[in-house]
Design a protein around this ligand. Structure first.
Ligand SMILES: [Fe+2]
Ligand SMILES: [Fe+2]
Length: 497
C-alpha cells in the first residue's frame, strides 16, 4: 500500500472531496479559514499557541526535539497533492487549521432537521451537546501523543521513528482542528475547554483523559502498531460520523482530518504486517512449521503469532469500548439532532431519520447471548461499532495472506464482540473470544491464553532495542516495501545528532 492508495481506501466514500482550497502558509498559523480577517479569533489562537508548545515539549516525544525529521506538512486539501515533505524539527512543525472545501448548498444529512441547510453557526438549542462532542474528540488527539511519548527511544528503525513522529505531529494538528472550533464558535466556554485540553494527562489519576483506552499505556512498538491499526480506526469511524454533522465547520474539519488519519492506519497495518513477515521468514528459515513452538520461535528474535493474536485481542476489545454503550440515549440524541451521522450516512439507503426503524443488537439476557431488535435510533453506537468491526477485517485478511503465503497454518481472527468488554451490553459478562459466556472462575483460568500475560510483555520488551542505522531494521520487523514519499531504503528519515 503506498501513500496514495492508503488515502483512497481509508477515507470513507461518502465524505471524500476533491476540490482544492488555497492555504495561507505565510501566516504564523497556516490556514485556509481566512484567519487574517478574524482578528479576535487569531488573537485567541495565538494566545493558546505558547501553551500548546509547552505541552508539546513536556508531553510530546521524549528526546529528538532538535532532530530534523522528514515529515509531511499539510499545505492544501487537494487529495492528490495536499502535503509537502521535508526535514523539520518537531517543535517547528507548522500546525495549521485546514478545513475541507465547503460544499455549496449542503444540507443536514440526518435526524429531525434532515434537509434543512447545514448550520454555519452553532445551533443554540444543541450548543452543549455539540461542545461535548468536539471536546471528547479533541481530547483523544493529545492523549495518544502522550501515550506514545517514550517510543522514539526504542524505534526499530529510522523509518518507523519517522512514522511515529508523523503520527504525533498530526495528532497535534487534530487538536488544533478541534481547538479552532471551540475557540471560534463557543466563546469563553470554548477557550476554557481549549485550555483544559492541554491540562488533562493520559493515565494521570486526578486529571485523566476522558476516554478509557486513551489512559492505557502504549509501552512498546507492537502496542503502537496495534494502537494505530485498531484505535486510530475508532478515530476514523468517529471522524467519519462527525464528517456527516449538520454543523458544517465540524463536518469540514473532520473530512480533512480523515486524510491524515489514513496514514496512521497505514502505519498500523503495515507495522503489524511487517512484524508478521519477519516472524514467518524466521520460522521458515529455521524450519519451524508449528506456530505454537513458542520457545524456539522467540529464540529467533521474532514475535510468535499466538502472541500477536493476544495483543490484537487486547487492543480490539479496549477500542470497542470507545464506541460507548451499544444502546444509548446520548447516541440517539447526537443522531436525531443532526450533530453526528452514521458511517457513510450519505450513501445509506433509508430515510436517515430512523423514526420507526429497528436494528439488531446482541445482548446478554438470562445468561444467554441473544440478538434483539431494538429501535435503531437507540442503537446508533452499536451500528457504528459493527461498521468498525467490518472495517477492521480488511487489514486482518491481508495479514493472514502473509501467513498463508509463508505456508504456516495460523489465522488472526477478531474475538467475539463481547470479549473482554468493560462498557455496554457485555460489561460484567465474561465471554470467550469464540463467544461462549463463562463463569468468572472459567474466565480467570483461561484469560491468560487470550490476553497478553506478564511473560508476553517481558518478551516484547526484550525485543525493543533501538535500531538507528539508516536502512537497518530490528530483528522482529521486516523492512517496508516502499520508502516514504518514494525515498530509497538507506534514507535517513531522522537526523540524530
Ligand atoms: Fe487524530
Ligand atoms: Fe490518528
Amino acid at each position: 500500500m503506498s501513500d496514495t492508495t492508503e488515502t483512497l481506501t481509508e477515507v470513507p466514500e461518502s465524505v471524500r472531496s476533491d476540490a482544492f482550497v488555497e492555504v495561507r502558509t505565510d501566516d504564523s498559523i497556516p490556514n485556509n479559514v481566512d484567519l487574517a480577517s478574524d482578528k479576535q479569533l487569531q488573537r485567541a489562537l495565538e494566545s493558546w499557541h505558547p501553551g500548546y508548545l509547552d505541552w508539546w515539549k513536556d508531553m510530546g516525544p521524549d528526546g529528538f526535539q532538535d532532530a530534523p525529521v522528514y515529515l509531511r506538512t499539510a499545505v492544501g486539501v487537494d487529495p492528490q497533492g495536499w502535503a509537502k515533505f521535508g526535514y523539520v524539527k518537531m517543535p517547528e512543525y507548522r500546525w495549521g487549521i485546514l478545513l475541507a472545501p465547503k460544499v455549496e448548498g449542503r444540507t443536514i444529512p440526518c435526524g429531525r432537521h434532515k434537509g434543512e441547510p447545514a448550520w454555519q453557526e452553532v445551533p443554540g438549542e444543541y450548543r452543549s451537546l455539540l461542545r461535548r462532542l468536539i471536546v471528547v474528540q479533541g481530547d483523544t488527539e493529545p492523549a495518544s501523543v502522550e501515550q506514545q511519548r517514550f517510543l522514539g527511544k526504542s524505534a526499530p528503525s529510522l523509518y518507523d521513528m519517522r512514522n511515529l513522529f508523523q503520527v504525533n505531529v498530526e495528532e497535534g494538528r487534530h487538536l488544533w482542528a478541534m481547538v479552532y472550533l471551540l475557540v471560534k464558535y463557543f466563546g469563553k466556554d470554548g477557550r476554557e475547554e481549549a485550555q483544559a485540553l492541554l491540562e488533562r494527562r493520559s493515565g494521570q489519576q486526578d486529571n485523566p483523559r476522558i476516554l478509557g483506552a486513551f489512559n492505557e499505556r502504549t509501552p512498546d512498538w507492537l502496542s503502537f502498531f496495534m494502537f494505530t491499526y485498531f484505535t486510530d480506526r475508532d478515530g476514523k469511524m468517529q471522524l467519519a460520523a462527525l464528517a456527516e454533522s449538520g454543523f458544517d465547520p465540524l463536518s469540514r474539519s473532520c473530512r480533512f482530518m480523515l486524510t491524515e488519519e489514513a496514514h496512521h492506519l497505514f502505519v498500523g497495518e503495515t507495522g503489524v504486517g511487517r512484524t508478521i513477515e519477519a516472524t514467518c521468514a524466521a520460522m521458515n528459515k529455521a524450519g519451524i512449521t508449528d506456530p505454537y513452538d513458542v520457545e524456539r520461535i522467540r529464540a529467533l528474535g521474532v514475535v510468535d503469532l499466538p502472541l500477536l493474536q493476544r495483543k490484537a485481542n487486547f487492543h480490539m476489545s479496549v477500542t470497542r469500548d470507545l464506541f460507548g454503550s451499544e444502546i444509548s440515549s446520548n447516541g440517539a440524541e447526537a443522531f436525531s439532532t443532526g450533530l453526528k451521522g452514521r458511517f457513510n450516512e450519505a450513501q445509506l439507503k433509508d430515510d436517515h431519520q430512523l423514526q420507526d426503524a429497528l436494528y439488531t443488537v446482541t445482548r446478554v439476557v438470562d445468561g444467554k447471548l441473544v440478538d434483539e431488535e431494538v429501535p435503531a435510533l437507540r442503537a446508533i453506537n452499536c451500528r457504528l461499532l459493527d461498521d468498525y468491526m467490518a472495517d477492521c477485517q480488511g487489514g486482518i485478511d491481508r495479514w493472514n495472506k502473509v501467513i498463508e503465503k509463508a505456508g504456516i497454518h495460523f489465522k488472526i481472527t477478531q474475538p467475539h464482540k463481547g470479549f473482554n468488554r468493560k462498557i455496554g451490553e457485555f460489561k460484567g459478562h465474561p465471554i470467550s473470544p469464540a463467544g461462549e459466556l463463562l463463569t468468572p472462575a472459567q474466565w480467570a483460568e483461561r484469560a491468560g491464553g487470550w490476553l497478553p500475560n506478564a511473560a508476553d510483555m517481558d518478551f516484547i520488551n526484550s525485543l525493543m532495542k533501538p535500531c538507528t542505522e539508516a536502512g537497518q531494521y530490528a530483528s522482529w520487523i521486516a523492512p517496508p516495501r516502499m520508502g516514504i514519499n518514494g525515498q530509497p531504503g538507506e534514507f535517513e528519515y531522522v537526523k540524530i545528532a
